[in-house]
Unconditional design. Structure first.
Length: 58
């Protein structure tokens, strides 16, 4: 699982994210699926706030 590019995330941040992923795994939660689900939910929320005109121009 990639956490991000090395020039955008500090070692401390990467270790913290890895620790969070291990915690999710201990709770029987797949971190990749959780990330995808969160991404989809956020996208749906953003998309639901678009006007008809914005949707028509896409």
């Amino acid at each position: 699982m990639g956490l991000s590019a090395t020039h955008t995330v500090s070692l401390l941040e990467a270790r913290e994210e890895a620790r969070n992923c291990r915690k999710l795994l201990r709770e029987k939660i797949n971190p990749l699926q959780k990330r995808q689900k969160t991404f989809i939910q956020e996208k749906m929320e953003r998309d639901s706030q678009k006007t008809f005109a914005e949707c028509a121009h896409q």
